[in-house]
Design a protein around this ligand. Structure first.
Ligand SMILES: Nc1ncnc2c1ncn2[C@@H]1O[C@H](COP(=O)(O)OP(=O)(O)O)[C@@H](O)[C@H]1O
Ligand SMILES: [Mg+2]
Length: 406
């Protein structure tokens, strides 16, 4: 059976395109899907059509062509890139091959040369049978009552993970996660939702705000109006897309059962249901569990975690569990000063005060959540006495700087 090779062409104007199209049609294996001289437009078509090969001409604008080859080699590694030029300058050929082209074709294209290049393209494509990419896990850190510490826990759980993790702020009207990480996002989930139809790797990367080599933030919009444009289906699509790029997606949803929160909870593999041990929070958690039952969520999807736990709280835990109809599977101790200091510094506690009891317990919970597939970053050894004295980069909380980022 003859194998079809789907192709796109970055040409140097209409005449050049017609000439190439004619030459390609000489080999019955080729099927031309799109062409043009605008690299950006062609890139969008490549994302949409997923051709097996791209022919990039270098005649009219060699720099644009070389940049395009680099970009495709980086972001579309399973596609065969063929450079082509009227000039057979060895310098240009070499540059295109170094940029990532697999082959070079002289223009005008001779049938025999085309055949050789297409044979090699078929061989390359056969090797690229893409292993289905594993989807990342998604967890929501949720509480149906505000103030229980979901944003604090979501940030610290995400920061504790050693694999590629994205933290998503779903409080679209009043997201505050940038403050927890001390970052100043340029783009938000509203931008990602707007461009959801063409979210390739580089576009995803341009909308997120990196925090460390493993953790990134997808922030809520700064302008309240921007949130009005975002529909729950958009959020659904964006979250699905994030699962392609990240091993773990950690969501910080709102404290209501609005459509966006439900879109997030529905898709989550696991919900960390956070409560504090006071009557309003216990009551609200019990209602949340009832709603989860009605939504058909299996109980194994839900993990009830008590935050701000202290031995001094005079409540019988067994009674609480009986009232909830669910066992509590995690206790995060109460330590207001440590928690607030880390938030005010804009640094996750698991890094800024990694040996505190609070950080240790959060890491313990992160290990349970991450399971075998997602290791937890172990804290770096603390500096010795001299080290701390000599340390100049001690983080200092500065209200002016922090507020400037809001
Ligand atoms: N384990 C804890 N011990 C003491 N204070 C905590 C703890 N967890 C969170 N807090 C505090 O609770 C407050 C609310 O936390 P936040 O994460 O903003 O809540 P939510 O997002 O659920 O509304 C913050 O001031 C935070 O410092
Ligand atoms: Mg919050």
């Amino acid at each position: 059976m003859t194998q079809t090779i789907t192709m796109v062409v970055l040409s140097a104007g209409l005449e050049n395109f017609k000439e190439i199209r004619q030459a390609l049609s000489a080999d019955e294996r080729t099927r031309l899907l799109a062409g043009g001289n605008d690299a950006e437009q062609l890139y969008d078509e490549i994302v949409r059509l997923k051709p097996a090969a791209a022919l990039i001409t270098l005649d009219s604008n060699p720099e644009q062509g070389i940049e395009m080859i680099k970009r495709l080699a980086r972001e579309r590694p399973t596609m065969a890139i063929i450079s082509a030029a009227r000039s057979d300058s060895s310098d240009l050929i070499l540059r295109s091959l170094r940029a990532g082209a697999r082959d070079f074709l002289r223009i005008p294209i001779f049938a025999q040369e085309l055949k050789t290049v297409l044979d090699r393209t078929v061989a390359f494509s056969d090797d690229q049978v893409e292993a289905p990419r594993k989807k990342g896990r998604m967890i929501s850190v949720f509480s149906s009552k505000g103030g229980c510490g979901t944003s604090f826990l979501a940030t610290n759980l995400a920061a504790a993970m050693a694999g590629r993790t994205v933290l998503v702020d779903l409080n679209l009207q009043a997201g505050d996660l940038p403050l927890f990480l001390g970052v100043d996002p340029k783009y938000s989930i509203a931008d990602m939702a707007e461009h959801r139809a063409r979210l390739d790797e580089s576009l995803v990367n341009s909308f997120i705000t990196p925090y460390s080599s493993t953790l990134s933030l997808l922030a809520a919009p700064k302008e309240v109006d921007a949130a009005d444009e975002v529909e729950p289906e958009h959020i659904f699509e964006v979250l699905q897309r994030l699962r392609d790029s990240y091993e773990l997606v950690v969501l910080d949803p709102q404290h209501t059962f609005d459509a966006i929160t439900l879109a997030a909870l529905d898709q989550s593999d696991e919900i960390i249901l956070v409560l504090t041990l006071d009557i309003p929070a216990i009551r609200s958690t019990q209602r949340a569990l009832e709603i989860f039952d009605r939504l058909g969520y299996p109980r194994k999807k839900i993990r009830v975690v008590v935050n701000r736990w202290s031995k001094q709280i005079d409540l019988d835990l067994q009674q609480v569990e009986k009232f909830l109809g669910e066992a509590v599977s995690g206790f995060i101790p109460s330590d207001y000063q440590t928690a607030v200091t880390s938030i005010n510094l804009g640094q996750p506690l698991v890094q800024s005060d990694s040996n505190s009891k609070l950080a240790q317990e959060i890491r313990r919970l992160a290990k349970v959540i991450g399971g075998a597939s997602m290791p937890v970053a172990e804290p770096k050894p603390q500096r010795g006495f001299w080290g701390s004295l000599l340390r100049r980069d001690q983080p200092q909380f500065d209200l002016q700087t922090t507020m400037g980022k809001v």
